[in-house]
Design a protein around this ligand. Sequence first.
Ligand code: SF4
Length: 292
Amino acid sequence: MKITNKMKLPRAFVEMARSDYEYKPRRYSVTSLLKSTREAILERRHHKEIEQDVSDMIWLLFGRAAHSILENQSEGDYEIKEAGLQVQFGDYTLSGRFDLYDDKSKTISDYKVCSVWKVIYGNFDDWRRQLLIYAYMMKTIGFEVNKGEVVAIMRDHSKRDAKYKNDYPKLPVKRIKFKFSKKDFLEIEKWLEMRFEEIEVAEQLDDDDLPLCTPEERFNSGDTFAVMRKGRKTALRVLGSMDEAREWMKANSGDYIDVRPSEDKKCVDYCRVCEFCNYYKEQIKLLNKEVS
Ligand code: SF4
């Protein structure tokens, strides 16, 4: 990856932003398998061309700093910290690195720096899947694991909101716990096999033919339908489908329905490989046409 430094931040920022991760043929990390196939393959194919400014990586650096401080503390004799794992899936190698394994409680843990909103919304499926994969890998090499835990450090936690809002996390750190059953391990094994099959097919395809990311992977929650009244700027009600909006308007009031197209938030704001993705380029062209 090419690191730029448009704000001319001190050299230490640039050094911290560098990654020494090496892509190897037929070796995929847990984090890359958790991405969409298109993103994972484009990232691998174009990693030397991807450009990112260090000022845009501040929260990533913050996460790395927190990890680095925690990993430098000494562990108990029943703990294993920051260990790298590798498990074979046919011709492919799955690699991963977890933050802590506790042999007493048989728990695998990961430290995550996140937004307070992640904790408020409470959708931890991605974290659960990541920990379950680490647990599966540990089990494969002979360790007993039946629990996972994310220690979530909320970088934007507000003491004031914690004091006055009922559903706001009271402290800037939260332990999110998961239990893993035999069924979970069987399911994740199937899921990993399926992912490697998808990857094997995708590796043969050109960039533009890679399977398109799903709306969920593009952070696109779908169009919404606003029931409007003439002369009023704000909607009377916003609904998830045209039928619901029509029914609501019939039963209540309103003059017309405004269709609000949903945005592919990930493509526009968060995808590092967007410059190499034909879907993104076509979407941007469409947007530019609509604006002009
Ligand atoms: S730009 Fe959008 S569609 Fe393309 S790889 Fe990124 S998330 Fe997927």
